[in-house]
Design a protein around this ligand. Structure first.
Ligand SMILES: NC(=O)c1ccc[n+]([C@@H]2O[C@H](COP(=O)([O-])OP(=O)(O)OC[C@H]3O[C@@H](n4cnc5c(N)ncnc54)[C@H](OP(=O)(O)O)[C@@H]3O)[C@@H](O)[C@H]2O)c1
Length: 244
């Protein structure tokens, strides 16, 4: 296990998996730089981490905005001198059948789940290249491997995250490591973004068995803790009781 403390920027750190990841990585001794739109949550989280002896800072971030994402990564580099890893975690999941034609929700998913990840890569890749290395941990989903009704667009965004991660890995082998972490059902606020009544109802059953967000944070911490010559490429984490 590599023990070196790293500087890790985490997007979508105001709740769920991102929040648990911030706590876990800080407890492991990493310096975390946290982004999301709900800064009141980030402020409380940073205080909590600092109170526990960790090092954390935050900046408001909207990953749909390329310039804002660049400013976020640059702020992390200014705060801590470098950026060793970026956890591209921000995402949303407003599920609905295609025939409901919720085109604005399709656009939002594409903007946050796909463009957001690309913006994170565009912001950090030049910096990582200049400093001689770096690590992207991109959060996909079991929906990156299989499609189900009401989840066509969400799964499409996660298939895209998987494709982008694999392309980045192949193109930057040597100095940039890329890990795709794909959670199954995990406790978080993700299902709150579902506005379609039927999809929302169906999710209550589907999401009845869920992992704690700390289980995904653990997988991320594992990938980041590997020695420089080891690149953990894909991790899928499901509840043991889950068939899908
Ligand atoms: N929970 C699951 O069952 C599950 C399963 C598979 C994959 N995932 C993936 O895990 C990731 C984290 O989701 P979660 O489950 O932890 O859900 P969550 O609790 O809803 O967290 C989503 C995070 O994304 C942030 N976010 C949303 N839009 C954003 C934007 N435009 N700019 C910056 N941040 C934004 C939210 O913060 P603000 O609203 O404060 O901006 C929040 O911190 C997502 O990519 C999701 O697709 C989750």
């Amino acid at each position: 296990m590599e023990q070196t403390a790293k500087v890790v920027a985490v997007t979508g750190a105001s709740s769920g998996i991102g929040e648990a990841t911030a706590r876990r990585l800080a407890a492991d001794g990493h310096r975390v730089f946290l982004g999301a739109r709900r800064t009141d949550r980030l402020e409380r989280l940073v205080e909590e981490i600092a109170g526990a002896g960790g090092t954390a800072a935050f900046r408001r971030l909207d990953v749909t905005d390329a310039a804002d994402t660049r400013a976020f990564i640059n702020a992390a580099a200014s705060a801590y001198g470098r950026v060793d890893a970026v956890v591209n975690n921000a995402g949303l999941m407003p599920l609905s059948p295609l025939e409901a034609l919720r085109t604005e929700e399709w656009d939002r998913m594409i903007d946050v789940n796909v463009r957001g990840v690309l913006h994170g890569i565009a912001a950090a890749l030049p910096l990582m290249r200049a400093q001689g290395g770096g690590h992207f941990v991109n959060i996909a989903s079991v929906g990156a491997y299989e499609v189900s009704p009401t989840a066509a667009v969400y799964c499409a965004t996660k298939f895209a995250v998987r494709a982008i991660s694999e392309g980045l890995r192949q193109e930057s082998a040597g100095d940039i490591r890329v890990t795709l972490v794909s959670p199954g059902v995990t406790e978080s606020e993700l299902a709150d973004s579902i506005s379609d009544p039927e999809a929302r109802e169906a999710m209550k059953t589907y999401r009845a068995v869920a992992l704690p967000a700390s289980a995904i944070a653990e997988a991320i911490a594992y990938a980041l803790s590997q020695p420089p010559q080891v690149d953990v490429n894909e991790i899928v984490v499901r509840p043991a009781a889950s068939a899908q």
